[in-house]
Write a protein that binds this ligand. Structure first.
Ligand code: SF4
Ligand code: SF4
Length: 358
């Protein structure tokens, strides 16, 4: 059974209270033993899409980052580029968006590094014992860090029902092509009207499945193995894909990616889940979203499975039932938690330790 430490929050608590509680959780859980001198420490966070207001705020985490720096490790804030079109699709736009939301070396004293590089090509294959994948693609700057702190905002999600630590690791440590293979059984199709014949997709295709005929890319679907690289590469959105996959398969794939993200970091990871400004959809949404319930608190654990299970249990207790199931009745969010547990990432059984009373 894993331990999950918890500190409650009043609705709309101020930044000082939230930041103090984060450090209290860090101390109570004994996370300081994870971080060693001169170690690269990736602090995985979602900077929030343009116009999103529910994301974790920079002022909440400044004291926590200062605590890390006292350990003389080398922390940096990080995320990976998105598959969808938005303000975080490449490193330049992504960094600008992070700065826009207040995440910068000036405000927080640590650098921001987009872990999969300018065009999301900076990744390595990591072997996993999955049902869907035998290997997954993990962004190199997360993979090559010595330790990892995962800060996750718990929200509902249009495809997986819920997003928290497992989803943050799965999508957040994957390059764009890794996100794509989690999302769909790929049958890429070229839109001839949008294609400019630039040959980039052809150059990146690992299967030589693309040729240019009469100035338009054509995909040999017999050769294609659905890696998604061409979709991620095309700058003109000329290659389509479909979100045909079921929520169950998506979530199992997510768990396998999450496994790959932390596989080389045994004893070197910790997790914080924020049950604050919980919304129906995730922070990738380019809009202001209303809360679906009042703020609940913050959780901390060494175990991504236990912390996600504890998060949904607390959400149920504090919102009069299973609000995420009511919002997304076709998406059973427990699949990602159960599959991650089956892979050995952690335990669904947990002991909740309230640091406000202990
Ligand atoms: S990268 Fe896009 S625009 Fe360029 S050839 Fe391929 S499909 Fe066409
Ligand atoms: S999905 Fe991968 S293998 Fe298939 S055409 Fe695109 S780049 Fe090539």
């Amino acid at each position: 059974m894993s331990k999950v430490w918890f500190s409650s929050l009043e609705d709309n608590a101020g930044a000082v209270e939230i930041s103090e509680k984060l450090v209290r959780l860090y101390d109570a859980a004994g996370f300081e033993k994870i971080f060693g001198e001169d170690e690269f420490t990736a602090v995985k966070i979602h900077f929030g899409e343009k116009n999103n207001t529910g994301h974790i705020k920079p002022q909440w985490i400044k004291p926590l980052l200062d605590t890390l720096k006292e350990k003389k490790c080398k922390p940096f804030l990080t995320d990976t580029n998105t598959l969808y079109r938005g303000e975080r699709q490449n490193s330049i736009d992504h960094l600008m968006q992070a700065y826009e939301h207040g995440f910068s070396i000036e405000t927080l004293g640590v650098p921001v590094i987009i872990a999969d590089g300018l065009l999301s090509k900076n990744f390595s294959e990591v072997a996993v014992p999955g049902e869907h994948f035998q290997s997954v693609r993990i962004a190199n700057d997360i993979l090559h860090s010595h330790s990892l702190m995962v800060l996750s905002h718990v929200t509902g999600h249009i495809l997986s029902g819920m997003g928290a630590a497992i989803k943050n690791l799965a999508m957040g440590a994957a390059p764009r092509s890794g996100k794509q293979v989690q999302h769909a059984d790929v049958r890429p199709e070229v839109n001839a009207e949008k294609c400019r014949g630039c040959r980039l997709c052809m150059e990146w295709c690992p299967r030589d499945a693309i040729q240019i005929y009469d100035g338009v890319a054509r995909i040999d679907i017999e050769k294609c193995y659905g890696c998604g690289e061409c979709i991620a590469t095309c700058r003109y959105q000329a290659i389509k894909y479909s979100f045909n996959d079921t929520s169950r398969a998506l979530q199992e794939k997510m768990a396998e990616y999450a496994f790959g993200a932390v596989k080389n970091k045994e004893g070197k990871c910790c997790y914080f889940n924020f049950l604050t400004h919980i919304t129906k959809e995730c922070d990738c949404m380019d809009k202001v979203q209303d809360k679906i319930t009042g703020d609940i608190g913050i959780l901390a654990s060494y175990d991504p499975v236990a912390i996600d299970q504890a998060s949904v249990d607390l959400l149920k207790q504090n919102s009069g039932g299973d609000i995420l199931r009511r919002l997304w009745p076709k998406n059973d969010y427990s699949v990602q938690i159960i599959h991650a547990g089956r892979l050995g990432m952690g335990s669904i059984d947990y002991e909740l330790v309230d640091v406000d009373v202990s």
